[in-house]
Design a protein around this ligand. Structure first.
Ligand SMILES: Cc1ncc(COP(=O)(O)O)c(C=O)c1O
Length: 388
């Protein structure tokens, strides 16, 4: 990236995650240019790109039997909320402290909460409807008991559990397999819709998303960002028994619409991105570079005696300035946010762009090289030495 002052940066922010192949990928741009030469939008049913994309999502994502296209992740999670409420006739939602699911009132709660707001309602914006806030319940990640308690206290009122497949909006806190399996079991027992928000993890962490890795299948999945390498495209995918309630199906009572849904710009970019990911080489390489980065940074922290916990998965890495186990948001309160931001700012000053906000994840793309990773680790060593 180059800024208006002519400074050049090696980018790990990746526009919050969509860039998986690299900025301005030529094959994706070419596919979009071809789409622009074809039909634009008609507003009559589905067009070819939308259908081809749906088929690809069904082919790759374990829980996907049917698919709807949108332009942003927030639209997809909003529609997942409405679908869950429409199907169950219930109003309440469970989400986890530290997760982000987009800008709408229903889930914009308890993200990077200050310590004194944990366990309380912590809406993310002024202007949110109190009723929406009251209907969103907050559980602790990797703590099944906290979920069971909420379900018990709200018998037959919980429509959906929303899990950010990996809570990447606070860096990288990995959900434990038995916790995710437990969520599946609780949802089955209590007739609750299980939603995996894979807006970040979908296609970045594998063609089947994080669900393919952890081996647990949600009822509904939302995906965006890496699906289209920077172009606006999102999908909501799910089991047919749930998806059939959308108004796209005759008799479906859950209204869904949007003038630009399934726009050829987004679907053509998504098809080209998925095509570039399908032989597995991008994931193989970016995961290997991710491993190298995490190991390299951890080694420096250890050698210099700096408390540094480099978390991550696949192509994502997040250096936390702390030590010890990280299993839920409260553990991250030990992160030294001052040093975290100082480190990022100093990296930016040396031409390596890591968003200078505490706990933000970094993304490796197919455009990064082995030499880029080496340079990043070298610069990080200089910065960490100066911080020590
Ligand atoms: C996990 C998750 N879900 C949903 C969203 C919302 O997506 P969008 O910004 O495309 O509306 C985001 C955005 O960062 C996200 O990280």
């Amino acid at each position: 990236m180059r800024d208006v002052d002519g400074n050049t940066f090696l980018d790990y922010h990746a526009a919050f995650g969509p860039i998986v192949l690299g900025h301005n990928d030529s094959a994706v741009n070419k596919a979009v240019a071809q789409a622009l030469a074809g039909p634009d939008i008609t507003g009559i049913g589905s067009d070819e790109g939308e259908i081809l994309l749906a088929e690809k999502v069904v082919q790759h994502v374990p829980s996907a039997e049917q698919v709807l296209c949108f332009n942003t992740g927030s639209e997809a999670t909003y529609m997942a909320v409405r679908l869950a409420r429409g199907v169950t006739g219930r109003t309440k939602l469970i989400k986890f402290q530290g997760t982000f699911h987009g800008w709408h009132d229903y889930l914009l709660m308890n993200i990077a909460s200050p310590a004194n707001m944990i366990g309380k309602q912590d809406p993310g914006s002024a202007g949110q409807l109190q009723d929406a806030i009251d209907n969103t319940l907050i559980a602790r990640l990797n703590d099944l008991e906290s979920v069971e308690t909420l379900i018990k206290e709200n018998t037959d009122q919980v429509a959906a559990i929303f899990l950010e497949a990996i809570p990447h909006n606070i860096g990288c806190v990995l959900p434990r397999r038995n916790f995710v399996e437990g969520l599946r079991r609780l949802c089955d027992e209590h007739g609750i819709v299980l939603v995996f928000d894979e807006v970040i993890t979908g296609f970045r962490h594998g063609l089947g998303g994080f669900q393919a890795h952890i081996g647990v299948t949600p009822d509904v999945t939302t995906m965006a960002k890496a699906i289209a390498n920077g172009y606006p495209c999102a999908v909501l995918a799910g089991k047919r028994e749930v998806m059939r309630h959308f108004s796209t199906e005759p008799g479906g009572k859950v209204f869904v619409g949007g003038t630009y849904n399934g726009h050829p710009v987004g679907t053509s970019a998504a098809l080209a991105t998925i095509a570039a990911l399908e032989d597995g080489s991008v994931h193989e390489r970016t995961f290997r570079l991710g491993e190298k980065m995490r190991a390299g940074l951890s080694e420096i922290g250890e050698r210099l005696g700096i408390p540094l916990e480099v978390a991550g998965f696949g192509s994502v890495f997040t250096p936390y300035f702390m030590t010890g186990d990280i299993s839920d948001y409260e553990d991250l309160l030990r992160n030294d946010t001052t040093n975290d931001v100082r480190f990022r700012q100093a990296m930016c000053d040396r031409g390596i762009y890591m968003l200078p906000v505490a706990m933000k994840r970094n993304h490796i793309s197919a455009a990064h090289t082995e030499a880029d990773i080496d340079r990043t680790i070298d610069v990080a060593e200089t910065v960490l030495k100066s911080m020590r």
